[in-house]
Design a protein around this ligand. Structure first.
Ligand SMILES: Nc1ncnc2c1ncn2[C@@H]1O[C@H](COP(=O)(O)OP(=O)(O)OP(=O)(O)O)[C@@H](O)[C@H]1O
Ligand SMILES: [Mg+2]
Length: 239
């Protein structure tokens, strides 16, 4: 029995007069890695943004841990235990690595607990520890992505949502980031991610959803999607 942590039902979203999601369905169970794949403009980021309150759900329902969070304001989402790593490894460039991490625990009033959380991130990402006093803007792209992920872990979230964690990284860092995502799953965390790198994402995902123009097109285990000829043809460059 797996517990359904996040459930999206019949989600419809429009930007102005233009509808971009037409009834999306998606579930994330506790302890899973789930990925959303699809070409540019398919609506992947919009699904995520609806969950975290950055765009309004026109129709449909979003339930997190048994509670409806449909159209919850964005500022109420972190306290529910959902954190978000946006596309483009956004860090506070002039602040140090350590201070960036502390910012991730902005709801934690207890300074000792904040420091413990920083230590836990340093254990997971030794490279961030080595760079802890440096301004985040001086880190390499891959290190900044580690920092953005580390910051999202600071509140001990129940669900981590990542938008394109590997985008624009060198192959070495893509490997490193994906290894870290597997490690997070091993630690019992639940991840929902959007990835352009569909083959790699499906390899490490328990389940995946392939979107097409704002509709669900395929939904299955990562392994079955990888083995599906239509998925390979449409989403994996026919490889
Ligand atoms: N703020 C916005 N205003 C108007 N239209 C938008 C906005 N954001 C996205 N769109 C449109 O909504 C559709 C879905 O966009 P979305 O960003 O969700 O796609 P995506 O699958 O994440 O694409 P990408 O792979 O390029 O990141 C696209 O047609 C896009 O042009
Ligand atoms: Mg996107």
């Amino acid at each position: 029995m797996t517990e359904t942590l996040l459930s999206i039902r019949d989600l419809e979203v429009s930007y102005g007069a233009v509808q971009v999601l037409f009834g999306i369905n998606l579930e994330v169970h506790a302890g899973e890695i789930v990925c959303i794949i699809g070409p540019n403009g398919a609506g992947k980021s919009t699904v995520i943004k609806a969950v975290i309150g950055l765009v309004a759900a026109e129709k449909g329902k979003i339930v997190f841990d048994g509670q409806s969070i449909t159209n919850f304001p964005a500022h109420e989402i972190p306290a529910l235990g959902i954190t978000y790593v946006p596309q483009g490894r956004i860090v506070f460039a002039t602040m140090t690595v350590a201070d960036n991490l502390e910012m991730g625990a902005f709801l934690q009033r207890d300074a000792r607990k904040r420091r413990e959380a920083v230590q836990a991130v340093f254990e997971q990402f030794p490279r961030l520890y080595e760079r802890r006093h440096q301004p985040a803007g001086k880190l390499s792209g891959g290190e900044q992505q580690m920092l953005a992920i580390g910051r999202a872990l600071m509140m001990n979230p129940r669900l981590v949502i990542l938008d394109e964690p590997s985008l624009g990284l060198s192959p070495k860092y893509v490997d490193l980031i994906f290894e870290q995502l597997i490690e997070l799953k091993r630690q019992g965390r639940t991840l929902l991610m959007v990835e352009q790198n569909a083959a790699r994402a499906l390899e490490l995902s328990d389940r995946g959803y392939a979107l097409e123009l704002g509709h669900n097109r395929f939904a299955d285990t990562g392994a079955k999607l990888l083995a599906n000829d239509d998925v390979r043809h449409m989403y994996l460059g026919g490889a």
